[in-house]
Design a protein around this ligand. Structure first.
Ligand SMILES: C[S@@+](CC[C@H](N)C(=O)[O-])C[C@H]1O[C@@H](n2cnc3c(N)ncnc32)[C@H](O)[C@@H]1O
Length: 281
């Protein structure tokens, strides 16, 4: 049984460390999700669990906590219009420049099991088959180490790959056992995975031509979302694209830097051809 006092401790840690905003109406949900975790690690009660995640040795278990409290739901080409925009806004206008050595940096922030960054890689390779030999990189980050292990493995079931358009499936998937498919090496090679908590420091400097941060900020309260949008917007190159989740809204200071580019899509002012060259990752 999760007592109010323990719920308050968990909510405080989840907010401070990860930006997760757990209202008291979520107490039952939190209880049922964490009960499974307590059973798995044979922890007898929530009070001991709170001690465990509060202590200096609690970092690994705090990562498990965020994993238990958030959903990893994702799929290939989710909100396909964002991938069309990526093509039209960030790729097509700069194709000659990319072939001549211009950098291209894309970030999937909150990438879950990988379908989002791999869909980006397929979109890039579809227009630019020589991308693996060019200065093209997709950074994919998530807070959850377990989901990143899955993403790096790049193996998906029949069901999971169904949302990849048929012509792309032929070029980017290889058989990986019965009912399983692996993302082809030249596709997965464009994507670099790293653990990153969006609430902490980011070891990235930018600028990025496109950032997708979709269905992550739903867990954050409004001030936390505003800070996140502003930090992301400031990392976009001129003309760069920011795509957010279908139920999320852009507000706060970022709205002054960005203008609408479609449904839950925004662009930074400026010409994408005039980007600076200070990208680090
Ligand atoms: C619902 S998935 C979204 C996946 C993908 N962006 C999409 O839209 O299909 C949300 C992801 O955000 C991650 N996440 C939650 N809080 C985070 C934080 N503070 N920093 C980084 N990632 C976080 C979760 O681990 C989860 O994998």
């Amino acid at each position: 049984m999760l007592h109010d006092r323990d719920f308050a401790r968990i909510a405080e840690i989840a907010y401070r460390e990860f930006g997760l905003h757990l209202q008291s109406s979520k107490k039952e949900l939190v209880q049922s999700r964490l009960m499974r975790r307590l059973r798995a690690i044979r922890c007898p009660d929530f009070s001991l669990y709170c001690d465990m995640i509060s202590g200096p040795d609690g970092a690994a278990e705090r990562a498990e906590l965020v994993s238990a409290l958030t959903t990893n739901v994702t799929h290939f080409f989710r909100e396909e219009h964002h991938f069309r925009l990526l093509e039209e806004v960030c790729l097509t206008p700069v194709l000659p420049a990319l072939r001549a050595g211009r950098r291209l940096r894309i970030w999937s922030a909150g990438c879950s099991a990988g379908p989002e960054p791999y869909s980006m890689a397929m979109t890039v390779l579809n227009l630019l088959p020589e991308a693996p030999r060019l200065d093209v990189r997709i950074l994919a980050t998530d807070i959850d180490p377990a989901i990143l292990t899955r993403a790096r493995a790049a193996v998906y079931s029949d069901d999971e790959v169904r949302s990849i358009p048929e012509p792309l499936r032929r070029g980017h998937l290889e058989p990986a056992g019965p009912g399983q498919h692996r993302i082809a090496a030249r596709t997965s090679g464009l994507v670099h995975f790293a653990a990153l908590n969006l609430m902490a420091d980011w070891p990235v400097r930018g600028p990025f031509d496109a950032i997708f941060c979709r269905n992550v900020a739903i867990y954050f309260d409004k001030p936390t979302q505003e800070r996140l949008w502003q930090r992301l917007a400031s990392l976009l190159s001129p003309g760069g694209l920011l795509c957010i989740g279908h139920s999320e809204r852009l507000h706060g200071p970022a709205a002054d830097l960005l203008s609408s580019a479609g449904i839950t899509a925004y662009r930074r002012a400026g010409d994408i051809l005039q980007r600076s060259e200070r990208t680090k990752r």
